[in-house]
Design a protein around this ligand. Structure first.
Ligand code: HEM
Ligand code: SF4
Length: 598
């Protein structure tokens, strides 16, 4: 876990104090609405359908138990659905009694969001966050956003180099960088040092892979121009190997050229993906020129020294209490686990889906599942956050990590503690053995909360979750990425789902477009690619039927041991498309041509 420094502490405290002053001046009428808006946005305060939404930055997903408790307190004391009737504002979209409050929401970029905090309380919330080194700086706006990473960073068995010290150094560089505070559009960086890409790096504005070259030297494979939205683009590799100490100098060139040429005239074309797509080699050449200029004329000002890397790396401290007695431990543990698993199919499934190997053979990485019936995917109640903090302290050296898939990982669990942890997590309803299975879906808040939505995503997610409660069936179906967004902004990463669902609005009604064979770039899914639309959109009630038809096709066509995505790629889209389109039951149809338009 990263040990925050005195500087970090002072920095966020001052920022919270500055925000309180801005809020109070706005409340006194000294700041106009238009003046206050960018100030609150720079601290993560958006205003959504019914209430402000706060996005809290969680650098590379690491949360300690004290931070979890503060998030729990914020959820419990401040995340309150207002008493007054919201139905007028709701325009018939949703049954408001079912919208949860007192919850924190884990996002795909390892952040945490709240949906119901009144703006008047926002400065108090910032103070609480600052008390545990947290904030909302650069979680909004056209700047370099919080940098995300692999939730298994530093502990993954497939890791080449721990990416966290680099993520941390880049955090220092990008935080309040004056030149990059007003980019043409927001800018997202993800970094991994493992062979399995769990951070969807190819879908980011910049995706970084820490690698070693043939000489064993550490460097970066640099991808630029990935992104989703209405124009999904997979990042282009612009450097196969950049020496590690040059990463800031190089990114300075990458972002500067974007800042110079990005389309400020058109919000839909303003992301770096459009520039890289339009200019191709010309963009890359200009980055290289700019980089050469930085090296020659700026004296390579941001070359990272070994001493700085060592200093930052030393701030990542593994829990001290985890030194197990290694004598014969592995065999004994394996025996205990095998016996327990034979006894209990649920425990055995949990070991299979929710428990992953660790760099330290005595330890395991455990995922708590926040994908369960009755809750929005990725939502954690105040009590669950408190209990998760207890689990972290008891079983994982006080540390957790938020995952790209909207779950929470316990990164330092002793093998011999697994049965006890499983029982404790099960009591909390967080031990569903569904990690990477159909119900472990990525879903955005959609029309229930989001002002930009075309359709709701949460009720569709609920209907699918309710339909696939049988664990025998779920395990038989195997690993499937189902991703859903309530509009083309693609917060729910529908483009990268093996099955993607996108909410579209036609004539004031909610419709859902279904895509097939998208990939996030992980080992399970293969090279990152956007899914393809199966045909005209479906009505809400049809969506679970369509999913069932797709899965039936898979069951029919699969060969032994084949995953959904592999069968789909082997047999092609046609039988799946046919089945999906045959699952329509309603006669009312979305207008023609919409599949192309969205
Ligand atoms: C209600 C609150 C939210 C609002 C208003 C919102 C708004 C937006 C908008 C406007 C974009 C597109 C920006 C562009 O392409 O330039 C976007 C992208 C994105 N959002 Fe959200 N979002 C919200 C919640 C979330 C949540 C909860 C998540 C995660 C679960 C999320 C994850 C993302 C991601 C990963 C992208 C980038 C997709 C890309 O590469 O184009 N957002 N969001
Ligand atoms: S995808 Fe659309 S509906 Fe979903 S959170 Fe993003 S902006 Fe809102």
């Amino acid at each position: 876990m990263y040990q925050y420094t005195d500087f970090d502490h002072e920095f966020v405290k001052l920022r919270a104090a500055q925000y309180r002053d801005q809020l109070e001046r706005w409340q006194r009428g000294e700041l106009a609405e238009d003046e206050f808006r960018p100030l609150r946005l720079q601290n993560g305060w958006y205003v959504q359908r019914f209430a402000p939404m706060l996005r809290v930055a969680v650098p590379y997903g690491e949360l300690n138990s004290a931070q979890l408790r503060v998030l729990a307190k914020i959820a419990r004391d401040y995340d309150n659905k207002p008493d007054h009737d919201l139905s007028a504002a709701n325009a018939g979209l949703s049954d408001l009694t079912s919208l949860p409050d007192h919850v924190a929401h884990f996002t795909t970029r390892q952040n945490v969001q709240f949906n119901w905090i009144p703006l008047e309380k926002s400065a108090d919330v910032m103070d609480l966050l600052a008390s545990v080194h947290m904030h909302g700086i650069q979680t909004s706006g056209n700047c370099i956003r919080n940098i995300t990473s692999d939730e298994r960073a530093g502990i993954a068995v497939d890791e080449i180099v721990d990416p966290r010290p680099f993520a941390e150094i880049l955090r220092h560089w990008s935080t309040l960088h004056p030149e990059f505070a007003f980019l043409p559009r927001k800018f997202k960086i993800a970094i991994t040092g493992a062979t399995d890409d769990r951070a969807a790096t190819a879908w980011h504005d910049v995706g970084l892979h820490v690698v070693r070259n043939e000489a064993g030297e550490v460097g970066f494979r640099v991808m630029v121009g990935g992104g989703m939205g209405r124009t999904p683009v997979v990042g282009t590799v612009i450097r196969e190997f950049l020496p590690w100490n040059q990463i800031i100098n190089y990114l300075e060139a990458v972002v500067r050229v974007y800042n110079r040429w990005g389309r400020r005239d058109n919000i839909y074309k303003a992301r770096i993906k459009i520039l890289v797509k339009a200019e191709g080699q010309r963009y890359i050449d200009e980055v290289e020129e700019e980089y050469a200029e930085i090296l020659a004329n700026d004296g390579a000002a941001h070359t990272i020294s070994q001493a700085e890397l060592d200093r930052v790396s030393a701030n990542f401290v593994a829990p001290a209490t985890l030194n197990c007695d290694k004598s014969d431990a592995e065999r004994k543990i394996a025996n205990v686990l095998r016996a327990a698993a034979e006894d209990d199919i649920e425990f055995s499934r949990w070991l299979q889906q929710n428990v992953a190997p660790h760099k330290n053979p005595d330890l395991r990485i455990v995922t708590l599942s926040f994908k369960r019936l009755g809750f929005a995917p990725g939502d954690a109640t105040a009590d669950q956050l408190d209990r998760a903090a207890e689990l972290a302290e008891q079983f994982s050296g006080g540390e957790t990590r938020v995952t790209h898939d909207q779950n929470l990982v316990l990164p330092w669990v002793r093998c011999d503690a697994l049965p006890e942890l499983w029982k404790a997590a099960r009591k909390l309803g967080l031990a569903k053995p569904n990690i990477r299975l159909l119900t472990d879906m990525i879903v955005c808040p959609g029309g229930d909360f989001c002002a930009l939505a075309n359709a709701r995503s949460l009720p569709i997610a609920q209907a699918i979750t309710a339909r696939y409660q049988d664990m025998d069936e779920l395990h038989d179906l195997g690993e499937i990425d189902l991703h859903m967004s309530g509009c083309i902004n693609s917060c729910g990463h529908h483009h990268s789902g093996h099955i993607g669902i996108l909410g579209v609005d036609k004539d004031g009604q909610e419709w859902y477009q279904v895509t097939l064979a998208g990939s996030d770039g992980s080992n399970l899914s293969g090279q990152a690619v956007a899914g393809k639309v199966v045909g005209p959109s479906f009505a809400a009630a049809e969506v679970p039927e369509v999913i069932e038809a797709l899965l039936d096709t898979y069951r029919r066509e699969r060969e032994a041991g084949e995953t959904f995505i592999n069968t789909l790629r082997r047999v092609g889209h046609d039988p799946f498309k046919l089945a999906a389109n045959a699952a329509r039951v309603s006669t009312a149809r979305a207008p023609k041509g919409e599949a192309q338009a969205a």
